[in-house]
Design a binder for this molecule. Structure first.
Ligand code: DGY
Length: 316
């Protein structure tokens, strides 16, 4: 019987579903040092939440499929896996709309100070002191620059269009399927718009691409929203830009060293911070869990995974 290794904290639905199809072993952390001889011999499939370093891949010599929980698979050494002929799958599509919904919520929270307004009410200050202050920022009249226009980016842009704001975007290549204006560089995009929404993956090319130069280009009325990966933003540069008033605000759902959030970002009232919850609803996490299981079941029972990543040796 096929043996699947559940690595780290795995969604209970994955465990329940896979137990009906495979023998299950569990590894509490993505640490090659804790791989037992039984795991090394028997495991041919794995399920984990964006954690599969090359050392762990090497410690499991019979692995054929790595099923990643999450659309982002930067925590999986995908090139190492591909070089060894191992397939990696992720969970695209099923979370696109949830992440897009959350992005709009984060953007509005950042601009309109809605969490702060609710705290005002809950603290009894509305009744004692009167109405909450007017928000200095608004979505009205904003020009949004999408940094990233993949599946999730397109869902975000579609929602923004319904909010009646202007949208431009930058990615490596223009996408002829989208109706928004393409801008050839991130710097030019930041100069053109007043609100930057980052939804790019963690790759060597995206590291700290949002830095002092880009934040200054965004300008004093500028707002930065990041729902991709913390890696994309230099948090030191962002804290300095907020301190100096180089931009007007920021909304972040992702951080470089999660779950650690820099103290320097906590003190600003014009910053809205979320603990990486963009896809974190019961319905969406269930759908992601099902896709993890479906990939393992489809591969081991029918020979073809459902959502292999592009770097992977398996071609649909
Ligand atoms: C993803 O799917 O990559 C998300 O960031 C996980 O929440």
């Amino acid at each position: 019987m096929t043996t699947v290794l559940l690595i780290g904290k795995v969604h209970p639905r994955v465990r329940d579903r896979l137990a009906g199809h495979f023998d299950i072993l569990e590894l509490p952390k993505a640490d090659a040092g804790n791989v037992t001889a039984e795991m090394a011999e028997k495991v041919t499939g794995t399920a984990s939440f964006n954690a599969m370093p090359s050392s762990l891949i090497d410690a499991l010599p019979n692995v054929k499929l790595i099923a990643n929980f999450g659309v982002g698979y930067d925590g999986v050494d995908v090139r190492h896996a591909a070089a060894k002929g191992i397939i990696v799958t992720n969970t695209p599509d099923v979370l696109d709309e949830e992440v897009a919904d959350t992005t709009l919520g984060l953007l509005l929270n950042t601009l309109r100070l809605l969490p702060q307004a609710e705290n005002w009410l809950r603290a009894g200050r509305w009744a004692k002191e009167g109405p909450f202050r007017l928000s200095p920022l608004s979505l009205r009249g904003r020009h949004i620059g999408m940094y990233g226009m993949g599946r999730i980016g397109q869902q975000i842009a579609g929602r923004l269009a319904a909010f009646n704001v202007k949208i431009s975007y930058h990615t490596r290549r223009p996408n002829s399927d989208v109706p928004y204006g393409y801008v050839g560089s991130l710097k030019e995009l930041a100069e053109t718009v007043d609100t930057l929404v980052c939804i790019v993956p963690k790759t060597p090319e995206t590291r700290q691409t949002i830095n002092t130069e880009i934040l200054k280009a965004l300008g004093k009325n500028g707002v930065l929203i990041n729902v991709g990966r913390g890696w994309t933003v230099s948090e030191d540069d962002l804290a300095k830009a907020l301190e100096n008033g180089d931009i007007a605000g920021a909304g972040l759902d992702v951080f470089e060293d999660e779950p650690n959030v820099p103290e320097a970002l906590m003190k600003f009232d014009n910053v809205s911070l979320l603990p990486h919850v963009a896809s974190a609803s019961v319905i969406t996490r269930n759908a992601m869990a099902d896709l993890v299981s479906d990939n393992l079941i489809a591969y081991f029972e029918k020979g073809a995974p459902l959502t292999p990543v592009p770097e992977t040796p398996f071609k649909k």
